[in-house]
Design a protein around this ligand. Structure first.
Ligand code: COA
Length: 193
């Protein structure tokens, strides 16, 4: 179970905790805001359907994956939803359960104060506790803030797929990044041939 308090830049006090079913509207509100920004995701349609939002959450939990959320708390006790990180396992292959795929979105009004860093740190700790050996992610080459944050968090560029996506009528490269949660040298890796 994740529940952690953090103090960020500008004195913001936040809580990082496991997402609950009651968070799904906030989670998808942030997703829809980022969709509307039109530059960060290869998606153009908002998710509005309540059943779709809820089934996403139940499928995530049923798959053994997780979502953490960041909540701003003020001294009067009111709460503001700031964003989320998900760690998912690819359902495409059996032999990839040791890898978590990271996705992260922070509310546009609360960026650059450390929310993303806090979410990633907690997500990596939780992923390791759940047996993940490495985390991978994909980011547009046009997203310097995300790339800078991932690099600061220990992610390394593992590859680049040129013109992998078309966003607003221009092609963007997909940067693939990875971070080992345990040293690669400790894994029983087949020898190079
Ligand atoms: C990317 C994102 C998750 C990061 O979360 P965040 O809360 O803004 O990140 P943080 O505040 O923890 O850290 C951002 C860092 O990037 C730095 N940064 C900001 N803009 C930058 C830029 N143009 N170039 C380089 N670094 C930049 C900040 O200075 C900060 O680093 P510092 O703490 O060392 O000063 C968030 O901005 C977001 O949701 N963006 C839109 C959606 C998105 O891009 N999601 C990821 C898709 S792969």
């Amino acid at each position: 179970m994740v529940q952690s308090q953090r103090r960020l830049k500008k004195g913001y006090e936040i809580e990082i905790r496991d997402a609950q079913i009651s968070d799904v509207d906030d989670i998808w509100d942030v997703f829809n805001m980022v969709v509307d920004e039109g530059v960060y995701l290869p998606v153009s349609a908002q998710v509005k359907n309540k059943a779709d939002k809820r089934s996403w959450f139940y499928e995530l939990i049923t798959a053994g994956d997780f979502c953490l959320v960041a909540i701003l708390k003020d001294s009067a006790g009111s709460e503001k939803f700031l964003g989320q990180v998900t760690i998912e396992t690819s359902s495409e292959w059996d032999g990839i359960d040791h890898v978590g795929i990271l996705g992260i979105l922070v509310h546009p009004e609360y960026r650059n104060i450390g929310v993303g860093q806090s979410l990633i740190e907690e997500a990596c700790t939780e992923a390791l506790a759940r047996g993940k050996k490495k985390i991978t992610l994909s980011v547009f080459h046009t997203n310097p803030r995300a790339i800078a944050l991932y690099s600061k968090m220990g992610f390394e560029i593992a590859g680049r797929r040129k013109c992998q996506f078309k966003v607003n009528d221009v092609y963007v490269d997909e940067i693939l990044m990875e971070k080992f949660l345990v040293p690669a040298s400790e894994l029983d890796r087949a020898p190079d041939t």
